[in-house]
Design a protein around this ligand. Sequence first.
Ligand SMILES: [Zn+2]
Ligand SMILES: [Zn+2]
Length: 276
Amino acid sequence: MKHEQEKCIKADLHVHTVGSGHGFSTVKENADAAIEKGMELIAITDHGPSVPQGAHNWYFWNLNHVPGIYKGLTILRGCEANIIPDGNPYESRWGIDVADIVARRLDYVTIGFHPTTGFDEGDEDKNTAALIKAMQSPYVDQFNHPGNLIEFPLDVDAVIAAAIEYNVVLELNNSSLNPLGARAGSKMLEIEFAAKAYTAGATLSINSDAHHSTGIGNVEPALSYAKEYGIPIDAFLNTDAKRVIKHIKTKRDRPLLSTCQEKTEPHDEAKTSTPQ
Ligand SMILES: [Zn+2]
Ligand SMILES: [Zn+2]
C-alpha cells in the first residue's frame, strides 16, 4: 500500500544536496528518487554560505546549469539562505546571505535561522525584526522550520501577519519532528505554529528537508499531526506542481523557470508558425 503522502504531496519545496556540505546526495540522485516516488516537483535548497560548509554565492548563481525539467520532473533551482545580522558582506538589502542579484534569478528562495550565523543569543525582538526585514525581500518565497522557537524565539503572531502581508510561505518541516534531528525539541512547536498560521490564513507548505535522496517527499509524521490539529491537506501549497508554479508567479518573475518552460510547452504560437 502506498503511503498517503505519495498520493497527496507531489512537490517537496525543501531538499538538500552535497552542495550543502552536510548533504549526501546529488541533484540527479534526488531527482531520480523523487520520480520513483511519483513526485512532480522538487526545490533544491542548499544552505547559504554563513553556515559551515554552506554553498558560495557562485554556486547559487550557477544553478542555471541544472535543468528545470528532468525526465518530466520540475526542478526549482533555489536556496536556503541564512538570516544574518546587519553589515553582512553578501550584498543583500534584506539581511540574508544570498546576494540580491543571485536571489532574483532563482526559482525558489527559502530562508531560515541556523546556529552560528549571528542569532544564537535567543533575542526574540532581534530575531523577529530580522525575519520580518528578510520577508520584505521581493525574492524571498518561504520561511523554513518556523517552530524552532527554543533556539530562535519569535513573536509568532507578528511573523504570521508579516508572512501574509509579504506573501511568504510558512513551512511545516518534517525534519523538525525527527527525534534524532537538529531541532528535536521543536516538534510540537512546529505543529502548533502551522496550526496557528493556518487559522490566520497564511500560505503553508509541508516539506521533508531531506539531506539524503531516500528522504525526498517524506512528510510523515508531520502530515498526520497536521490533520490531528485540524489542518487539511489542501492547506499545503505542494499538493501538486501546477499549484506551486502558479503561486510563485504571483510574487515575481522567474527568469530560470520561464526559460525551461519555453522549451517544454508545445503550444507556443511563435514556435509553431516558424518553419523547422
Ligand atoms: Zn534549515
Ligand atoms: Zn534545510
